[in-house]
Design a protein around this ligand. Structure first.
Ligand code: SF4
Length: 214
């Protein structure tokens, strides 16, 4: 297939933009490049070639990855994932609003997922709900800390207004636990005053001069 570079890395479930490791598992993988071009980039009215491409894609185990790749990389020509360019057009147009919770979960599991605008909003809300700090969100979304802080603040406002509308009592910040007083300290928390160490009183016999033992 044209415009795809492939390598031998095993295909992953969800992946980041630019990852083409799935293609090694595609039905079209290994085809002669000219044949692949003729099959998957047919003329708009070449129904025979289109049907052939769709038949191959229909039995392809990485059809979904292939379609996602075309959508995320704005590849508007050719047959990808079994859909022609005309069939993919509504998907291209609606891509920013696509919300796939599997991808959101994968993001929180540390996968490099190319989030849509809607998925990104959900991620920010969940990050706020999970108590993420700005530096952590900044790394995950690859934005500056200032921007991450603004995003978390916006999420906090959103939750506050939603709770206000629904009549949910405002959330209280968790109080930090004070360390338990040590067992040797009284309940007041004051340290125990050190008691003077009592020394043994020497018995008179210990100092009795030799030869005068009783
Ligand atoms: S879905 Fe079609 S174009 Fe995509 S990898 Fe599979 S066979 Fe090739």
């Amino acid at each position: 297939m044209r415009a795809i570079t492939s390598h031998a890395t095993p295909a992953t479930g969800l992946r980041g933009i630019g990852d083409t490791s799935w293609h090694t598992h595609g039905v079209c993988h290994g085809m002669d490049p000219e044949d692949a071009d003729a099959t998957f980039f047919p003329l708009p009215r070449d129904h025979e070639a289109i049907a052939e491409a769709k038949a191959l894609c229909g039995q392809c185990p990485v059809k979904r990855h292939c379609l996602n790749y075309a959508l995320e990389n704005v590849l508007k020509e050719g047959v990808w994932g079994g859909l022609t360019e005309a069939e993919r057009r509504p998907w291209h147009d609606g891509l920013p609003q696509r919300l796939d919770y599997n991808r959101v979960i994968a993001f929180f599991n540390g996968r490099d997922v190319h989030l849509t605008a809607k998925e990104r909003k959900v991620v920010i809300d969940h990050a706020y709900a999970r108590g993420w700090r700005a530096d952590r969100l900044a790394v995950a979304l690859r934005v500056s800390q200032e921007h991450a802080r603004d995003l978390l603040t916006q999420a906090a406002h959103k939750v506050f207004h939603r709770d206000l509308t629904l009549g949910v009592p405002p959330r209280r910040k968790k109080k930090r636990k004070r360390p338990e007083p040590a067992a040797s300290q009284p309940a007041t928390g004051r340290p125990v005053q050190e008691q003077p160490i009592s020394r043994p009183v020497p018995s008179p016999s210990a100092h009795a001069p030799l030869g005068k033992a009783a």
